[in-house]
Design a protein around this ligand. Structure first.
Ligand SMILES: [Zn+2]
Ligand SMILES: [Zn+2]
Length: 244
């Protein structure tokens, strides 16, 4: 299409819209003027509505974008339903750990952990048992299990006053909502497993100060300060220090 033809087409469209608007305004004025003749006024009103709806946006059409949606609550629980929990925010970070300890603990090729502050996690129902499990680094962590069906739902590393909950993503109601942002301990990854090239992979552990987004590090610092301010004192833990 040549430029003159295109310009002519645009001009004709603009003129048509302007004429329609003018006609609507004129017809509304006429409606007011002849209000004493109900039959004709009703017909004119219908005509005005028909024309108006073709050129005017509906009154209920939103004039601005809706507000940013709140982050979703992520609920999960055990296999029998006795324990239910909620992540009140998206996690600070999600990683898959391919260490041999995680493989043994989970019975799978890796552990899939979503890390969230204790302040943004709550138990909705039930009371888990906390089982003490040794780690490869010589430490220990607490695993929250259902007292009935024994499903493991999250870890608390080093102490029950840990800042971070390591939620086992497979126990969420929407386990595919949290894909990993990193793979760690890939030196012991099962050989048949092929990882996506675009996700950072570390042969051992990562430095959270470099691997985590700054916003997540800030969240962790806030939660750590909140923990330290509680009766019982400070914690020495840093973000994602534990090797799981
Ligand atoms: Zn259960
Ligand atoms: Zn691990």
């Amino acid at each position: 299409m040549s430029w003159p033809v295109l310009f002519l087409g645009v001009t004709v469209n603009v003129v048509a819209v302007l004429m329609s608007v003018a006609l609507v305004c004129f017809a509304r004025a006429a409606t007011n003027a002849i209000g004493r003749r109900p039959g004709f006024a009703a017909w004119l009103n219908r005509a005005v509505s028909a024309i108006g709806s073709s050129v005017m946006p509906p009154k209920d059409m939103p004039t601005k974008c809706p507000a940013q949606a709140e982050p979703p609550s992520l609920d999960g629980g055990c296999a029998c339903g006795a324990i239910r929990y909620r992540m009140l925010d998206l996690p600070m970070f999600v990683h898959c750990c391919h260490c041999t300890r995680c493989q043994r603990e989970t019975g799978g090729p890796f552990a899939h952990h979503a890390m969230i502050e204790f302040t943004r996690f709550k138990i909705l129902q039930g009371e888990p048992d906390f089982v003490l499990v040794p780690t490869d680094s010589g430490g220990k962590h607490w695993v929250a299990r259902c007292p009935s069906c024994r499903t493991a739902m999250w870890n608390e590393h080093g102490t029950r006053r840990a800042v971070t909950r390591y939620v086992r993503v497979g126990t969420l109601d929407t386990p595919d909502a949290l894909p990993p942002q990193a793979h760690i301990y890939t030196r012991s990854k099962q050989s048949w497993l092929v990882l996506a090239a675009e996700i950072p992979a570390y042969r051992a552990y990562y430095d959270a100060a470099k691997a985590w987004p700054e916003a997540s590090l800030a969240r962790f610092r806030l939660a750590k300060a909140a923990r330290a301010a509680e009766p019982g004192g400070a914690t020495r833990r840093t973000a994602a220090k534990s090797r799981t």
